[in-house]
Design a protein around this ligand. Structure first.
Ligand SMILES: Cc1cc2nc3c(=O)[nH]c(=O)nc-3n(C[C@H](O)[C@H](O)[C@H](O)COP(=O)(O)OP(=O)(O)OC[C@H]3O[C@@H](n4cnc5c(N)ncnc54)[C@H](O)[C@@H]3O)c2cc1C
Length: 413
């Protein structure tokens, strides 16, 4: 969209422009690590947590380290979506950007795209890498940042990157006046379902596929334990298994946030039976044992996006003294888009790479905001299509033993 007259002008970037990165989760750390080597920037990183304690195992997508467009499009559901949404030129640029990533950072990404890794290890490694670099040190602040702090500290030309996660600090303030009217005016949220995410370690090699999911759930009429193939990984001695059981909204409300297998057996025996039956069949087949405890959390599976992922609306609203009208604001990672089936870090890193490429061009113009909005929208379409496909397949899977209910759900033409 070309700039229109009457817009508040964005200040040109000063010789050494300040970039404020709010939140040092994986996404905030990744953008910091990419911007830090850029001589024209002074990066400031703000984080409220003192330690990285999230030990859940996560997997990053292989497209993050793709060396060609073909390998970028390797994902099962993803290939056609990518082709439909992105121009060939964009894909070329995306792959070319990967080649410019500093080697210390690329080595880490390659490691994380192979197997599983604890989330806090990703965070700690990125944090250590940033601190170990001798040139362009990053100014770090350990504090809870509030909107008022930002309004007070923003200087013309500063860039503000909101990486504060799913409860984003700024998402619903990017539309002038919206936060006073409706606290979620800038958020589109699609509630897919509620689920238990069950994680355990298993002492043998367990490889899952769709037939295995079906066979091992035959005696589970209602609740079904569904391992996530891409989150089940054998590291040579132990299998890390993560599965989901769909639950109702009432079940969800009646459960604590986090509990173990015993709690589930005592309080929701039907749900527990589906999980235990499934695990028993794994044991019969592969003669192994569960190591340690079952870790269970209940979560709503939400697919959401910020309708505006930048401060563009502040600028187009006309002349204003508000700092967001003069300094560009960008949402990154879970602040901008959240997907229910856990591709989120990779998606966040994708957007980080694109924005780092834009910032490298030293241009804080309206065009930069428009290009980022357009890119985020395309990533949204990609993740929306992929998530809908997975959800649809899951719904059909639940009905495999009931052909009429299955047919009713199909709606062909
Ligand atoms: C059970 C589970 C399993 C998952 N598995 C995977 C997986 O396998 N693969 C995957 O890609 N994703 C997975 N995810 C999702 C993934 O964890 C998130 O997408 C990712 O953590 C988002 O990163 P982020 O940096 O955008 O936000 P966050 O990780 O939420 O980080 C935000 C940071 O901002 C800080 N912060 C927030 N507000 C403020 C403030 N006001 N002032 C200062 N600091 C602030 C927070 O302390 C935090 O450090 C999983 C999620 C769950 C719940």
């Amino acid at each position: 969209m070309p700039p229109q007259s009457g817009f508040t002008r964005l200040e040109p970037l000063p010789p050494r422009g300040r970039v404020h990165v709010l939140g040092a989760g994986p996404v905030g750390l990744m953008i910091t690590a990419l911007l830090q080597p850029m001589e024209h920037l002074a990066v400031r990183l703000y984080e409220k947590r003192r330690e990285y304690t999230r030990t859940r195992m996560v997997r990053l997508a292989s497209y993050l380290v793709a060396e060609s467009v073909e390998s970028y499009r390797a994902g099962h559901f993803d290939a056609e979506n990518i082709e439909a949404v992105f121009d060939p030129r964009e894909l070329d640029e995306s792959v070319a950007f990967r080649r410019s990533i500093p080697s210390d950072l690329m080595a880490l990404l390659r490691e994380w795209a192979v197997g599983f890794c604890p989330l806090n290890q990703i965070e700690q490694s990125l944090s250590d890498l940033i601190d170990a670099r001798t040139s362009n040190p990053v100014h770090r602040t350990a504090a809870v940042v509030a909107t008022e702090d930002l309004v007070a500290m923003l200087e013309p030309g500063d860039i503000l990157l909101d990486c504060t996660g799913s409860k984003s600090l700024l998402r619903d303030q990017l539309v002038p006046g919206s936060s006073e009217v409706n606290g979620s005016a800038n958020t589109l949220n699609i509630r897919f379902e509620y689920a238990l995410v069950i994680t355990f370690l298993y002492g043998q090699n367990y490889a899952c596929n769709e037939v295995c999911k079906y066979e091992k759930n035959r005696e589970n009429p209602h609740y079904k334990f569904i391992p996530m193939v891409h989150r089940t990984h054998y590291d040579g001695s132990i299998s890390h298994v993560t599965g989901i059981v769909n639950i109702s909204a009432d079940d969800y409300e009646a459960m604590p946030t986090r509990f173990d297998g015993e709690w589930l057996r005592n309080n929701f025996p039907d749900v527990a039976r589906s999980m235990d039956r499934f695990i028993e069949k794994i044991k019969q087949e592969t003669h192994g044992e569960i190591l340690g405890y079952l870790e269970i959390i209940r979560i709503p599976l939400n697919l959401y996006r910020a309708r505006n992922a930048t401060s563009r609306e502040w600028r187009t609203a006309g002349p204003s003294d508000h700092p967001f009208a003069r300094s560009p604001v960008f949402l990154l990672g879970d602040s901008a888009i959240g997907s229910p089936y856990f591709q989120s870090i990779s998606l966040g890193f994708e957007c980080v790479m694109f924005l780092a490429g834009l910032i490298a061009q030293r241009d804080a113009s309206q065009d930069m905001l428009d290009r980022y909005e357009s890119y985020i929208y395309k990533q949204w379409l990609r993740v929306y299509m992929q998530s809908k496909m997975i959800k649809n397949n899951k719904d059909l899977f639940q009905l495999l033993d009931d052909p009429f209910a299955l047919l009713d759900k199909l709606h062909i033409y």
